[in-house]
Design a protein around this ligand. Structure first.
Ligand code: HPA
Length: 254
């Protein structure tokens, strides 16, 4: 079997046949969040199916497209649709888009997701800038032999989310009347959602929101020495004393 880096380089070769420039910013979008690319000049786009070795997403709301655009003289790559551990993908596959970004030169990674609020001062529709995370998936994309061309064996995780990017994002978001928080994201394996007892546990250990994505990509991004901005859209509130059903439909609607 080919080494993962070899596969990534073959994916990059396919992109280079159409577009061969260094890309500075990479965006990975989450559940249902694939509108809003206004103001970005389109350069090209690929369906994931066109890209060799690229996993294919299986969840409704995930479009599976790689979009390259230009904004303020910078090339920006937007991956619309991501892969989740709960779909059965390995941590390596989930982190695959980030490795493609790394080989394309991306230095800043913006990840968005849908998350359930644990902090009861949050409300559906609020935005949480991720200031830190708790990896409860039991998985890690760096487990196994280290790919030295990509990064070091034991990456530091004391400052994962870039505080300058958080400040800038908060400044911009405040202009648009959004309710903004800075909080801790707990990442679970899923796909079953949380029991009230699990919600209490998540609160006790310091989480403000919970979701089923993002952590694998962010760890790969740190390994790749990227600056990271993580943004959660709070789609529902998990109150363990008044549990309410969460459905994919209600999450997508928010
Ligand atoms: N739990 C886990 N993932 C989620 C939730 C939730 O309540 N809401 C959106 N994604």
């Amino acid at each position: 079997m080919k080494a993962n880096r070899q596969r990534v380089l073959e994916t990059v070769e396919t992109i280079y046949k159409i577009f061969k420039q260094k890309v500075s910013i990479g965006v990975l979008t989450g559940t249902g969040i694939f509108g809003s690319i206004d103001g970005i000049k389109e350069i090209c786009r690929f369906d994931y199916e066109q890209l060799p070795h690229f996993p294919v997403s299986t969840v409704p709301g995930h479009k599976g497209q790689l979009f390259v655009g230009k904004l303020a003289e910078k090339y920006i790559l937007i991956m619309q649709g991501r892969f989740h551990l709960y779909e059965g993908y390995s941590p390596t596959q989930v982190a695959y888009p980030v490795r493609v970004m790394q080989e394309l030169g991306v230095k800043t990674l913006i990840v968005t997701n849908a998350a359930g609020g644990i902090n009861l001062s949050y409300a559906p529709g609020d935005i949480m800038m991720i200031k830190d995370h708790i990896n409860l998936t039991g998985q890690n994309p760096l487990a196994g032999p280290n790919e030295g061309d990509w990064g070091i064996r034991f990456p530091d995780m004391t400052k994962v989310y870039d505080s300058d990017l958080i400040d800038a994002a908060c400044r911009i978001a405040k202009k648009s009347n959004l309710r903004i928080h800075r909080g801790v994201y707990a990442g679970l394996l899923g796909p079953s959602l949380e029991t009230p007892a699990e919600i209490r546990f998540l609160k006790t250990i310091g989480s403000d929101a919970v979701g089923l994505s993002t952590i694998m990509e962010v760890i790969a991004g740190i390994h790749a020495q990227m600056k990271i901005l993580g943004i959660s859209l709070i789609t529902n509130i998990n109150n363990p004393d008044h549990p309410e059903k969460t459905t994919l439909e209600s999450v997508l609607e928010t």
